[in-house]
Design a protein around this ligand. Sequence first.
Ligand SMILES: [Zn+2]
Ligand SMILES: [Zn+2]
Ligand SMILES: [Zn+2]
Ligand SMILES: [Zn+2]
Length: 492
Amino acid sequence: MADEWQEGPSPDTQPGRPSQDDLDKRIEEIRRKVIETTTEAQQRIKRVVDKAGTYWQQSNTPLQPRQPSNVEEERIRRLANNWSMGNWQLAKELGTYMDLVSWGEDEVWEINLQTRWETRSMETVSEPYTGRPVGQTKPLLPVWDYELSAVTGLKAPESRVRLAGQDEVFACSACNSTGRLLCATCTGRGWVICPDCKGRTRLRCSTCKGRGYIADWQDTKKKTFFQKRADTLTSSVGEKVSDIFEGIRQQGVPIGNPVDTDPANKGRTIPCPDCVNGEVECTCGTGKRVCDTCQGAKTELCPHCGGTGKTVRSREIARRFDLTLQTLIFGSGAIPEQRLANATGDLVYSAEMNETFHPDAAPEGVPMDVWRAAVQLAQTSSQADRSNDPREQTRASLQVLELTRVPYTKVDYRYSDKDYVFYIYDVEGKEKFYADRYPARWDRVEKLFRSITNDLMAPAPDNAQPAASGDQMRGYRVPVEKPPYSITEEEV
Ligand SMILES: [Zn+2]
Ligand SMILES: [Zn+2]
Ligand SMILES: [Zn+2]
Ligand SMILES: [Zn+2]
């Protein structure tokens, strides 16, 4: 209710006005300042302010509070006051001060139809033949001719149903009935290039990092324990970095090694005892290794027929379920449908639709025209085939119908010599309001106020106050000689 003003209906005034609270605050401030002083001029201003305040009140609260003369009128006035409370643009206490012209009760119906759609498609499934005998083949029927298990609830998961009597055995075309295919790993060669030496048959020696020489043991031995440990630490880190660069260089990238761990720089060297020129023989010997996948057999079992040379083709019906919601507002017009969407209403009827529904037999509490519209909506909806894919077929497989009654009262009233209409809708305790236009909380008096407040709040140029003004100087100096605002009906 509080956000009513944001959504569309505009108060009967121009936009850009200050809020009621803002105005109230300004009036209060003026009063306070004026009362603080006693000069004749300020007394006169006070009279203007008071008079304007009264005038303003009167123009917003015309004449006298009205007394309801019956229960229904009391209800309308009470609800109109609620409306005022929740909408700061609307005249205050509208229910108390409006003149009721007439009112009438009516209702709209919200027809909600939930449809669960079932989409069926015939699919072919091919599997390896297992040797299980295949029975007599039956003719294939259209998808909807198969009586499949019932699905309950509006939401159902996808499922597949294997059709009996549709299995047929075929020769496997993938392997030409041989049951075997060329090995995919070795492309039928039976061997692969050795992953260790990349076919080179030789590997870099790990003892000398491929240099062919190592540091002379005699030199190393003379170092102290701590010196050796420091060397080992430095070289173990350096060698890791060195190895990385070495690896890059071996890929053919001409890159210098920034960490030089070459033992030739540190002293005498001797030839590596583990290799010839930094290289050792790879264990493959030939640069090739036997294919792990086929163990050298060059072929593998055909996955399509499982090696039998035959496949079984069967048929499945894939079932998919989707849910849609259709809403029809019946008997609306005055209140926009998007407003009615937030109504709770009375759920008068809720049931699954089936063939026994007859458009001429409305359930209890449901008007005949509402019922006919609902049945027609359900029938139209269920006939539509929603699928765009020619291989699929979609049908409504379950429909749930809900009929909700939303009562409303149309109220014609007068306020400040103008005619207005507003609507109270929804069930008791949840009433909401709608109006195209309504009386504004303030009107033309706001302009008068603005001019008065501007004059009073702005410092008077003739009486610029010294900085050291005392308490008695806080009173406002008003340029009474030439009041810039004019109130023709006032005697200032
Ligand atoms: Zn190798
Ligand atoms: Zn070596
Ligand atoms: Zn292989
Ligand atoms: Zn095969």
